[in-house]
Design a binder for this molecule. Structure first.
Ligand code: ARG
Length: 684
């Protein structure tokens, strides 16, 4: 390396260092104590830019080291990267292909053969915008590669790079043609035959998941607290968590749905003591506690006002934690009352979840405390035992592992929990669906678990956070009288409103009572779920029955109507699914009209959307996709006759291929709704 080269290397290193620092500062600025940025795409981008820069920095620093130790010049042999295997035959493709991933493979090969010397060149493939002039997908790598080459002193420009890539692109049955456009974009046009083939697969075999490496996901969601109100925050966690589980199960992952109930802790001392006083024969006669919240309040008042009672409450906790049978049965009784209340909500929303509350971890808490103590991770702090995520930096808040009175905390239970999930459950993904207020807690749990060697490389805590539910007045969601809203009452209100809506549209005159009831429930629960899921979860969201029951916007009602309309097209034409398959065998499936072609391509994006959501757990992307399908369908239906009738309304011609497209549309929409936990109805 010449002096000039050495200097340029050093200059680049210091530039990259500066860039990384600037990005880091920006990240700090963005996040400083402000939870609303979690999951913000800007932040994600900064973090990923920073990763890349750090990587570049490492390479540059190595180059300098190699130079000064005299090893440069001798070309260091790089392990040849395994090239992706490409799809070469349309027939081998199933309905589950992720176009984006396959295009990435195609362009990885193109770019590495055009620029074999570039280490990890950027492979940037995106969906083109709505303008058909830009193709269906785009490869935008040329700009970045041209920059990279320039920094190495190679004279070039993005268009030239794009042309080089284009010349090296291997043939793929997905691609019809490509062109270089504008500043160096590579527009990719999909092959119609390929699209028709995939739609045929979906028509024949249904909507199947794209193949992925099987993982075990532990999803901690809902998780209300015994003897306390299950509030709207828990409702959000329940809806989002259920949908995440459905999505991962659809992808054939092993999913453990856990209700981490708050069923342990000092509050049980006072509840048990109060139970013993109020219902001394509770073991033989089940006490009529219907309102556990009131019971909780009563015992709390006594606890605060009556010293004698307080003492008994404390000793009850000790008896409970040492497993005294009388105390255990009192505790079980109280838990059972709460559980039955929670179950009512789960039944209504058809949520499946396994109860495994904090009490499950009692003995595991004892052992984790011992382990952390023995390994020297705990420090004394005013009588407490605390643990820092980073023992040197000591930033943020440490965990309190043991309180000054010797008791355990929420932190202790989550340390025992993560250990159980890693070591006993052998999980790969650890997902916690909670309000954004718990973000710091889980990040500290993650840091401490990593420090203690519980979490291994690559394993991480995924805290799926969400914002607050607000009333229409943009203030905290409350009833008119200012009380917290009971979830069951909320669901009842939804049922009432949805029935009103159906009646307003005169549906009670057309549907049978059974059909009406099914529609009422599907609309009520569907709209509550969809309203929650269709907003970016990190934002606060305004709960409004009027908005969620509007049949014009991006709502469950609109989508459910759209779906029943699609389903009714074939029904009125009296074409059964078998008829369609017969026609498919006879004449195949062709997309002719431009609106058919557009809809077909949107339907093909299903695997891409699913895989994205399975990664970032932002379900609103799936809702946006559903809405896009239904808008595209409306456009298609406006422009293309599926059935032609004469003046008397008699069917004179049936366009079978269009009915096939209707069927595939319905299938994809149904699958999306199913993943969102929304029930569909055949009539409404
Ligand atoms: N019970 C807690 C609450 O109501 C949520 C528990 C979340 N899960 C956990 N492993 N900490 O806020």
């Amino acid at each position: 390396m010449s002096d000039v080269q050495q200097r340029s290397l050093e200059e680049r290193t210091s530039k990259a260092e500066k860039e990384a620092k600037a990005i880091e500062e920006e990240i700090n600025k963005l996040t400083s104590g402000n939870l609303s940025y979690i999951g913000d795409p800007r932040l994600d981008k900064l973090v990923s830019d920073n990763e890349k820069l750090k990587h570049r920095l490492a390479i540059l620093e190595n180059a300098i080291k190699a130079e000064s130790s005299g090893t440069s010049g001798k070309t260091v042999k790089r392990e040849p990267k395994k090239r992706p295997t490409l799809i070469t035959d349309i027939k081998s493709i199933e309905g589950t292909i992720c176009i984006l991933d396959e295009l990435k493979n195609v362009f990885e090969i193109a770019i590495t053969s055009a620029y074999p010397d570039l280490e990890e060149p950027p492979i940037a493939i995106t969906l083109s915008g709505n303008n058909p002039k830009f193709g269906d997908y785009q490869c935008n790598s040329a700009m970045a590669i041209s920059q990279l080459l320039k920094s190495k002193g190679v004279k070039t420009n993005p268009r030239e790079v794009a042309n080089n890539i284009l010349n090296k692109t291997p043939a793929s049955p997905l691609i019809e043609r490509m062109e270089v456009a504008g500043a160096g974009y590579l527009n990719i046009y999909l092959n119609k035959q390929f699209v028709e083939h995939v739609l045929t697969c979906i028509l024949r075999y249904g909507v199947k998941p794209p193949p992925v490496k099987k993982e075990k996901a532990i999803v901690d969601f809902s998780s209300p607290n015994i003897a306390k109100e299950m509030h709207v925050g828990h409702l959000r966690s329940t809806i989002i968590g259920e949908s995440i589980c459905r999505l991962l199960e659809f992808l054939k992952h092993d999913v453990l749905r856990i209700n981490h109930l708050g069923d342990w802790g000092t509050q049980f001392g006072m509840l048990i003591a109060h139970l013993q006083d109020k219902y001394p024969d509770f073991k033989t006669h089940s006490p009529p506690i219907s309102d556990l919240q009131a019971f909780y309040k009563e015992s709390k008042t006594r606890f605060d006002e009556d010293e004698e009672f307080k003492k008994r409450a404390y000793s009850s906790v000790v008896h409970l934690q040492s497993g005294h049978p009388d105390y255990i049965s009192a505790w079980k009784l109280i838990c059972e009352v709460s559980r039955q209340e929670f179950q009512k909500v789960y039944n209504r929303l058809e949520v499946k979840i396994i109860d495994r509350g904090e009490s499950f971890y009692q003995s595991r808490m004892e052992s984790i405390v011992k382990e952390l103590k023995d390994k020297g991770f705990l420090e004394e702090d005013e009588g407490r035992l605390i643990m820092w995520g980073d023992a040197e930096k000591r930033e943020g808040i440490p965990l309190t592992i043991v309180k000054s009175d010797g008791g355990f905390t929420y932190d202790t239970s989550d340390m025992a929990t993560i250990k159980q999930r890693v070591e006993e459950e052998k999980g790969d993904r650890f997902i916690y669906v909670t309000d954004a207020g718990q973000y710091t807690h889980f990040m500290t749990i993650e840091a401490c678990a990593r420090r203690a060697g519980i979490l291994k490389n690559g394993q991480k805590v995924e805290n799926v956070v969400f914002g607050v539910v607000l009333g229409e007045d943009k203030k905290k969601f409350k009833t008119r009288s200012g009380d917290t809203v009971k979830l069951i009452d909320l669901l009842d209100e939804g049922l009432k409103r949805s029935l009103d809506k159906l009646k307003e549209k005169g549906r009670d005159k057309v549907l049978t009572p059974e059909e009406l009831k099914l529609a009422q429930e599907a609309v009520a629960y569907g709209c509550i779920k969809y309203a929650d899921l269709s907003h970016n979860r990190i934002n606060d969201y305004v709960f409004s029955f009027d908005k969620m029951l509007d049949d014009k916007g991006n709502t469950a009602v609109y989508l459910l109507y759209a779906l029943t309309r699609i389903r009714s097209i074939a029904r009125t034409a009296q074409v059964s699914f078998e008829n369609l398959l017969d026609e498919l065998e006879k004449s195949g499936f062709k997309l002719t009209h431009e609106a058919e072609w557009k809809l077909g391509k949107v339907l093909l994006r299903f695997p891409e959307v699913i895989l994205k959501v399975a990664g970032d757990l932002f379900l609103h992307s799936l809702c946006e996709y559903l809405y896009e399908i239904s808008s595209c369908f409306t456009e298609f239906y406006d422009k293309c006759y599926c059935v032609e009738k004469d003046k008397e309304g008699k069917i004179v011609k049936i366009f079978y291929e269009r009915l096939m497209l209707c069927e595939v549309t319905a299938k994809v929409m149904e699958k999306c709704l199913d993943i969102l936990g929304i029930k569909t109805v055949s009539k409404m």
